[in-house]
Design a protein around this ligand. Structure first.
Ligand SMILES: [Zn+2]
Length: 480
């Protein structure tokens, strides 16, 4: 049933990506998820160059003190008194940046089993969730928005929040779509009528999902019902632009974000400067967020040129569990390679003539961008792909500072939490990255990670690296 359903997806899935050239990584000896000695402790980064991300600036030779995850002091090293009991991190020559967010990912779990042969389908208990999440932590990505969240993601989130699993914070969006076309349940909820659409939203709310992701095959009736029910329940709606509707229509109804610049390309008609200008203006004036996912489109274009290259992308050595490889090869063979030459050419044209200039134009007009990678799609390794997206954003003309905002300050504005995180200042609970280079000079310095502070736990690079090595065995093991 998956095969048939997915055939229908062909031709409308899009996109591609070169992931990041991430160098080193990360965390400590303790067993997965167990409490680290630094958890809950006072930690002081001394002689560090702070990149606060409130404006484009570096504060040299500063000291920053964190107590149980909250920033309690930041100032010139000569002025800040470090508490005696603090764990000292000498950060001379290093840069401290708010940790990164990837606002478009998918997480692997048993809901993806339909893509695997029956004998290779693991149960929930057999899935090494922490190993699957570790590349996020290792690449400094400590918040992710999951755009087809599943029941196991609710379970994983609970375990992360309890401290049983080490992983990023999860924002979970339930995918709701018309029936029989694309991602089958339990990856989505299929609705054919307004009543079913309302019920899907109510259930998502009850079950604990944060937002609703609307998808390509919703009817207008179902879409309207979702928007109205979600508003009543205080849930936000984001996602694709249904094929039956227009960009103007969903923006008028207050859709919070559009996933993929490629969604706008699908509705653009043609890819010329006037259409770029029109849609950029539309996005900027609507106040809706755009998650361009340029790295995703690039990954698909690269896949067309070299299908095997998918398995050699940055970080792919951390993506070799049979379940991970099985899902990729299903998608490569069943979803992407069947895309015909004319559709591939159209996608390439859309990428260079529309998606890239559109992203820059939305930014120039004051529109709102969020960094997202579509990690888990072929060639897009969790965490590594987000670093690829930051480079794509610089490549279309954003400065490193502007690109970094889409992954640090902007996500917390989108989440309504600007007062809590996203910049480095006293009172905030920002996760932090310690870097061996200035990311405002070269955005790829975000890959030179000397350590990660996640939920108050300090993980130096050596500890992360050991932990990554320890997971290799898990990844190579068969799921049963
Ligand atoms: Zn996606």
């Amino acid at each position: 049933m998956l095969g048939k359903a997915f055939q229908l997806l062909v031709g409308l899935v899009l996109i591609a990506g070169c992931a990041a050239c991430f160098v080193a990584a990360c965390a400590s000896g303790s067993k997965a998820g167990s409490r680290s000695p630094s958890a809950g402790r006072i930690i002081a980064f001394v002689h560090v160059a702070v990149v606060p991300m409130d404006e484009e600036r570096v504060l040299p030779d500063h000291t920053l003190v964190v107590d149980d995850g909250a920033i309690v002091a930041v100032g010139p090293a000569s002025d800040v008194k470090v508490p005696e009991e603090a764990l000292l991190v000498d950060a001379t020559g290093r840069y401290l940046l708010p940790a990164l967010c990837d606002m478009h990912v998918h997480l692997l779990g048993e809901s993806w089993n339909g893509m695997l042969p029956p004998e290779e389908q693991p149960t929930r208990e057999q899935i090494p969730f922490e190993s699957f999440l570790l590349p996020y932590v290792a690449t400094g990505v400590t918040t992710v928005q999951v755009l087809a969240a599943t029941p196991e993601d609710l379970y994983v989130r609970e375990r992360i929040e309890r401290g049983d699993l080490l992983g990023p914070r999860l924002i979970l969006c339930r995918l709701v779509d018309g029936p029989d076309k694309a991602w089958p349940p339990p990856l989505s909820v299929w609705v054919a009528t307004a009543a079913e659409a309302r019920e899907a939203v109510r259930r998502a709310k009850e079950e604990g999902y944060d937002k609703i992701k609307v998808y390509s095959f919703l009817s207008q009736e179902s879409y309207d019902a979702i928007v109205s029910e979600a508003a009543e329940l205080g849930m936000e709606v984001m996602g694709h632009v249904p094929m039956a509707l227009s960009v103007e229509y969903v923006l008028e109804r207050g859709q919070k974000a559009i996933a993929h610049s490629e969604e706008l390309a699908k509705h653009a008609g043609k890819y010329d400067a006037a259409r770029v200008e029109y849609f950029a203006e539309l996005m900027a004036t609507s106040g809706a967020w755009l998650i361009p996912t340029l790295v995703t489109t690039r990954s698909f274009l690269d896949l067309f040129d070299d299908p095997d290259g998918v398995y050699a992308r940055p970080g792919a050595e951390h993506f070799r569990h049979p379940m991970q490889r099985g899902v990729w090869s299903f998608m490569v063979e069943k979803l992407y390679l069947p895309i015909p030459a004319d559709a591939r050419a159209d996608l390439r044209d859309a990428f260079y003539s529309f998606q890239r200039p559109l992203t820059k134009a939305v930014h120039d007009k004051g529109g709102k961008l969020l960094a997202g990678s579509d990690a888990l799609m072929p060639g897009l390794v969790p965490g590594f792909a987000l670093h690829g997206e930051l480079k794509e954003l610089v490549d279309v003309g954003l400065t490193p500072y502007e690109a970094l905002r889409t992954s640090t300050t902007n996500p917390f504005e989108y989440l309504g939490e600007s007062d809590k995180a996203g910049t480095i200042e006293v009172g905030k609970r920002s996760d932090l990255l310690l870097l061996d280079g200035n990311p405002l000079e070269d955005v790829s310095a975000t890959s030179k990670i000397a350590g990660v502070l996640i939920r108050g736990r300090w993980m130096p690079a050596e500890e992360i690296h050991e932990k990554m090595l320890a997971t290799e065995a898990t990844l190579e093991a068969a799921p049963h």
